[in-house]
Design a protein around this ligand. Structure first.
Ligand SMILES: [Zn+2]
Length: 380
């Protein structure tokens, strides 16, 4: 009975919102590119020795494998994506949900943790060395070949003010992480909870909001400097964000935003309000919401292909575009080449099975599907 109810629920959430008729559209949104997580295998081993955990819950796979992308990660990904063409002859494409900056650890340490300073992605890539030295050029190449399409995931993947307060308070876990080039773990030494550190726009105090507005503006400016065009889409890191940010997003050229179907919007100081967002709905700032309908996450989900195929089937049944998440961690090989090989192999198989099952599938970016929803304006 419980299974039946679960099955019904998984279908029901696909019903509200706008649709794309009978077209079979697959969108893969891949989060976290450009952001640091665990710096290297050596740093991970040192953190493990200091009491951080890297095995157990599925979420630990992020800290275990996720790191700044390398040349080989992107080359491997492009090879798989370009091998799969849709009915229109277009390659499979990742909507690359990207961060454009990271903390400047050296300068923050120098100022005694008194002030937060960030560095552009190009500086981080330089510090990480030769395995990352063509990442920026490869990003551009992938974009030119229509294998990736970048969108904004925030300036850095970090709740900056919460982090700075921890550093100033002398929090042992956060200071230890800092020494090894990490900043956004949920759990510290011996699993002490640190909170939702990667959620850049979670609001610990209402007074943090003004700073968050400046993060949106400077982050979107940096995005434009990096890519040469404005981001049209914003995916809030880990979900939470206060809707007063919408005004700054819209002013900077953003048109679409990823909405959770039931969003707990943080108001600061422990208060939340609940909002519902359905695909195709607009908010007061004229931003249109997109929703995700499933995930393809081979690094931390069992039977990832079967899981994703079911989600695609449900989305198509209700005339929705199948928008899936597939985080960078699945394609990271710097810490573990096996992790990347597994992710790429499964992605290749997944795309083959998609085409076999739905020969009329169309690969699209989030922007293309957003524009289509606006044009169609079909209520399902
Ligand atoms: Zn993310």
């Amino acid at each position: 009975m419980k299974n039946l109810i679960n099955k019904a629920m998984r279908n029901l959430v696909n019903i509200p919102g706008k649709g794309v008729g009978k077209r079979k559209i697959l969108v893969i949104e891949s989060d976290d590119w450009g952001s640091t997580r665990t710096r290297s295998r050596k740093d991970r081993d040192a953190l493990e020795k200091a009491g951080f955990k890297f095995e157990g819950y599925p979420y630990y796979q992020f800290n275990r494998y996720d790191t700044l992308e390398t040349n080989s990660d992107l080359e491997g990904l492009f090879e798989v994506l370009s091998n799969h063409k849709d009915i229109r002859g277009n390659s499979a494409v990742f909507t690359l949900v990207s961060n454009v900056a990271n903390p400047n650890f050296e300068r923050i340490k120098k100022n005694g943790y008194s002030e937060y300073l960030w560095e552009p992605l190009s500086d981080t890539l330089e510090k990480y060395g030769e395995k990352h030295n063509r990442v920026y050029a490869l990003h551009k190449e992938g974009f030119a070949k229509k294998l990736i399409y970048p969108v904004f995931h925030g300036r850095e993947h970090l709740n900056v003010q919460k982090w700075l307060r921890y550093l100033q308070q002398g929090n042992k876990s956060v200071l230890t992480e800092f020494e090894y080039g990490s900043c956004n773990y949920y759990l510290g030494i011996d699993n002490v909870p640190l909170g939702n550190m990667p959620a850049a726009f979670d609001l610990e105090f209402a007074s943090d909001l003004e700073y968050q507005h400046s993060v949106i503006k400077s982050g979107l400016d940096e995005f434009e400097r990096l890519w040469g065009f404005k981001s049209k889409y914003f995916v809030p890191p880990n979900g939470p964000y206060n809707s007063s940010l919408d005004k700054y997003l819209a002013e900077s050229g953003v048109r679409y935003i990823l909405g959770e179907r039931v969003q707990n919007e943080p108001q600061g100081d422990g208060r939340f309000i609940t909002r519902q967002h359905w695909i195709g709905n607009k908010n007061k700032q004229n931003l249109t919401y997109l929703n995700r309908f499933g995930f393809f996450e081979p690094s931390y989900i069992d039977n990832p292909i079967e899981h994703a195929l079911l989600a695609v089937e449900r989305a198509f049944r209700w005339n929705k575009p199948a928008i899936l998440s597939s985080h960078r961690v699945n394609y990271c090989g710097y810490i573990s080449p096996q992790n990347r090989d597994n992710g790429l192999h499964k992605l290749d198989e997944f795309l083959s099975r998609i085409k076999k099952r739905w020969s009329d599938v169309e690969f699209m970016t989030s922007i293309e599907v957003g524009d289509l929803l606006k044009r169609n304006n079909i209520d399902e």
